[in-house]
Design a protein around this ligand. Structure first.
Ligand code: IMP
Length: 209
């Protein structure tokens, strides 16, 4: 069928691409939806596709975990999808806690305990260089793509700020004299590891939509 210039762009606008995001985290969904909204891409969550089971996340790298989740969904539901995984990598600790960031101090996803353990492990240490790294694994139309976002900074010697989550009160991004928790979401979402990875995903989706 032939489409003139206007009807072709109208066709593209009407044709919504549907992608499953392997999460039920509302904060992440909002962030990704905000970035992909201008491109007419519909992002659906695990709840939207009635996926209630625990998706395995047992790999030893961020890339491995992201792909494990994306492949699980693709194989089970046969839908185009993407998954993410994030870790805090501390240079002097050989990139720990990395893939184990959520459960650094135990299995409880306890941010206070995780920060306390990290500050203890860095006590007296001068090299406090660290970075957050996010990996996104996308499988779409039978092809696979990986996107990465990194924000470099340092671990402070004590907690500062009330905002954010996870390790935000002890992570100070390069170029700022405030922690992520002090900077607040507006600034954080412009420079963060996740924002960068999601931005790359969004730009890619825009290029193929
Ligand atoms: P996830 O892969 O996004 O679930 O992240 C794994 C863990 O990394 C989280 O449980 C947090 O401890 C930590 N983390 C991820 N993103 C951030 C962030 O933006 N700020 C602080 N900690 C984070």
């Amino acid at each position: 069928m032939f489409y003139g210039t206007h009807s072709l762009s109208l066709y593209k606008k009407l044709k919504k691409m549907k992608l499953v995001f392997a999460t039920n985290n509302q904060h992440k969904l909002d962030e990704v939806r905000q970035i992909t909204a201008p491109y007419g891409i519909e992002i659906v969550s695990l709840a939207d596709i009635h996926c209630q089971e625990e998706i395995p996340e047992t790999a030893e790298t961020l890339e491995g975990n992201a792909w494990q989740k994306a492949h699980f969904l693709q194989e089970k539901y046969g839908m185009d999808c993407f998954a993410d995984d994030t870790g805090l990598e501390v240079e002097v600790l050989h990139n720990a806690p990395g893939v184990y960031s959520a459960r650094y101090a135990g299995s409880g996803h306890d941010s206070e305990a995780n920060m306390k353990k990290l500050l203890q492990n860095l006590a007296g240490e001068k090299n406090r260089k660290a970075r957050f790294r996010t990996v996104i694994a996308l499988t779409i139309g039978g092809k696979e793509y990986t996107f990465e976002g990194i924000v470099s900074g340092k671990i402070t010697t004590e907690k500062r700020g009330e905002g954010g989550f996870g390790y935000d009160p002890i992570f100070m991004p390069d170029g700022y004299d405030k922690t992520f928790a002090e900077l607040g979401n507006d600034v954080k979402n412009q420079i963060s590891h996740r924002a960068q990875a999601v931005g790359k995903l969004g730009a890619f989706l825009a290029s193929i939509s």
